[in-house]
Design a protein around this ligand. Structure first.
Ligand code: MSP
Length: 654
């Protein structure tokens, strides 16, 4: 720990699964963690901010297989590749101090040692995992996960099976964990404690299966080949291996463990508040001081996912609105412990209201008036008035309340405080009417003080928004020519007296107003363009046909001479076809919901012609027209196979 600093502070984000690129919901937690890390640094703490990627597990192994690459190549691409995780954190100004990848050698070796230690102390034991097994999917399911008694993934039969596996004695720690949750501030917000205790601990904590043999992409259990360590054990210990636990790569454990806080999304609170402390207890290690479970962001009321396209892509959003505006929106709008609904309308209106109108206008009006009335130079002197005292008192109150809220991770409430000051400063302009004061020479001293008060309010606000919008704060400080020492946390004392001097310069507009309608339309277009349809295809036939049988099928090019709906049928179309024989061929086809008959006249189609004739709605059908059937975004589609019109009627297709 350095002498001048207030102490060490260790904060972490969950490490991300690089199974696909991240969306704005993923970025939420990292932006919040970055804000907290910057706040603590601003206050003078020696901060260690850890983030990283959680790269093992069956899902990654499967995705890599689908992509035709090795799992390592697959994760390398998502983590290190263009617009990958590292690029994103750079773009979003994430000031992490350390980045861990669970495939890093030092981490893998440490996990093997940790697993062995728990095995040696008796908390990990070998047992057997019983469940319903789906052979094609190589997956175990519990009774309650089955759908109609079948595999929830592929719908096929499952059977009782048993597999050798290692278990962690989680049950042994149930009482201690319950005590930790109920009687300390270990887990926040408080509502999450009730969830954990009532849903998981009270019904009884079963021992946890901590090894797998059905796939290989994981940390191998070195004393029992064939087993890999359960991905959550591998992942949770990242918080300590990244400081040097059980490895020589780092040496920060004494300074930074136990962590001050782990920020995690609500769905992984269970792992962090039950399994994680139990494993630490097993190894007799200090527990982290706090786990904070934040809420989830939905998009337009639905679960956020990459398949929603560009509109949730942090790259696209940052490019269109700016990184600081995006960071600000996430923190200002959604109370950190609760769920929130992200909409583009809200994003744009928050930027317009808070950033363009309130903050941006205050800065640009103040700087412009300084320029106009004083050539940007506010020298010594001035004339105070009682109103100034009110502003000063409010500023002090805002700073104090901001700090209280930041210390509780209530970023949105802390920002409300900053906006209380900004709103008050804007009102102060209307009350003091600088443009009227500027008209008479005798009011110049009063005008000078008014402008100094405004600059001071802006300077203080810029200090307070530094953790959320570091670039914007810097731009504001630069426009006001604030010296480095006056940009710090300790420089929050309000000073607009006769001795204060300012030298301000006009700069670019901080947040241009966005035309809501135009922007929403542009985003809609982008979203449409980026959405890939989810195509489902029929399963392939399991049985082969022999070649001779196939060759017996007589496929021919046919031209549509006439086509009409069949009376009383909303499915059937009746085709009159030229099949090259000189005699018309009639085929009935159940495709009326996909085509208008008149649109098909003149088209060249493919018919199988040697099927026995069939009667449909009293009419004879001699053959079948070929079409493609598939499902797009859940909707069944059909396309007739249309071939080149240059192919003559009757041509044999083979
Ligand atoms: N790899 C685990 C974490 C291991 S930590 C030892 C994991 N990874 S994840 O990539 O699936 O999720 C990372 C974080 O993103 C989680 O905290 C999760 O809650 C968060 N979010 C994912 N989608 C989110 C939203 N739509 N909204 C807010 N947070 C979301 O879990």
């Amino acid at each position: 720990m350095c002498n001048a600093c207030k102490g060490n502070y260790y904060i972490t984000t969950p490490i991300y699964y690089p199974s696909s690129n991240l969306h704005i919901g993923h970025a939420y937690c990292t932006v919040a963690t970055d804000t907290m890390a910057r706040y603590k640094r601003l206050q003078g703490y020696n901060v260690k901010f850890l983030t990283g990627t959680d790269e093992h597990g069956q899902k990654i192994e499967e995705k890599a297989k689908e992509a035709g690459v090795t799992p390592q190549q697959f994760v390398d691409n998502i983590v290190l590749g263009e617009k990958g995780v590292l690029d994103l954190w750079k773009l979003m100004n994430i000031s992490y101090d350390r980045f861990i990848r669970t495939t890093d050698d030092y981490h893998v070796a440490a996990i093997q040692k940790i697993f062995k230690k728990m095995y040696d102390n008796g908390d990990i034991y070998k047992g057997s995992y019983k469940g319903k097994y789906c052979t094609p999917c190589e997956s175990f399911w519990t009774e309650s996960q089955l759908v109609d008694g079948k595999c929830p993934d592929c719908g096929r039969e499952v059977h009782d099976a048993e597999e050798e596996a290692y278990f962690f004695r989680l049950s042994k720690y149930a009482d201690r964990i319950q005590d930790l949750l109920e009687n300390t501030d270990f887990l926040e917000p408080r509502s999450r404690v009730n969830e954990m205790v009532n849903n998981f601990i009270k019904p009884g904590l079963a021992d946890l299966c901590v090894s797998r043999t059905s796939f290989t992409w994981g940390v191998p259990v070195d004393f029992d080949p064939g087993h890999v360590v359960y991905v959550w054990i591998d992942a949770l210990f990242n918080y300590m291996t990244a400081l040097g636990f059980e490895n020589d790569k780092y040496d920060d454990l004494n300074d930074f463990w136990p962590a001050d806080v782990h920020f995690v999304g609500k769905e992984i609170v269970r792992f962090h508040s039950i399994i994680w402390p139990a494993m630490l207890m097993s190894l007799d290690l200090p527990l982290p001081k706090k786990v904070y479970g934040h809420g989830w962001l939905n998009f337009n009321g639905e679960k956020m996912s990459k398949s929603r396209g560009n509109v949730v892509d942090p790259y696209v959003l940052s490019e269109r609105f700016g990184v600081d505006a995006l960071r600000f929106f996430l923190l200002r709008t959604f109370p950190f412990g609760s769920d929130g609904n992200f909409t583009n309308e809200m994003l744009i209106s928050t930027i317009n209201t808070d950033l363009a109108n309130t903050l941006g206008n205050l800065v640009s009006r103040t700087v412009a008036m300084n320029q106009k009335y004083f050539g940007g130079q506010l020298g010594q002197g001035g004339a105070a008035a009682p109103l100034d005292e009110e502003l000063k008192a409010l500023a002090a109150d805002v700073c104090a309340k901001y700090e209280q809220q930041m210390d509780k991770f209530q970023f949105s409430v802390a920002l409300n405080e900053v906006f209380r000051l900004l709103d008050r400063a804007n009102k102060y302009i209307d009350e003091t009417t600088p443009w009227i004061l500027a008209k008479t020479e005798e009011n110049k001293p009063r005008l000078l003080t008014v402008m100094k008060n405004l600059c001071e309010c802006i300077r203080l606000s810029a200090i307070l928004i530094t953790p959320m919008m570091p670039e914007t704060a810097r731009k504001i400080f630069d426009m006001l020519n604030v010296p480095a020492a006056a940009r710090t946390w300790d420089a929050k004392c309000y000073c607009a007296d006769e001795n204060a001097v300012w030298n301000t310069v006009t700069g670019a507009v901080l947040f241009p107003r966005i035309d809501m309608e135009k922007e929403l339309a542009a985003l809609e277009e982008l979203s449409k363009a980026s959405k890939k349809p989810a195509i489902e295809i029929e399963p392939y036939a399991e049985e082969n046909v022999d070649f001779d049988t196939f060759c017996k099928s007589d496929f021919r090019a046919v031209k549509v001479k006439a086509c009409q709906n069949v009376k009383k049928s909303n499915k059937l179309l009746q085709f009159t076809l030229d099949d090259g024989t000189g005699t018309d061929r009639q085929i009935l086809s159940g495709i009326a919901m996909y085509y208008k008959p008149e649109d098909l006249v003149g088209k060249t189609l493919v018919a199988i012609t040697n099927l026995p004739p069939r009667k449909m709605m009293g009419r004879e059908s001699c053959g079948m027209l070929l079409s493609a059937v598939h499902t797009v975004n859940g909707e069944e589609k059909l396309n007739l196979i249309m071939i080149d019109d240059a192919i003559p009627a009757g041509a044999k297709l083979c």
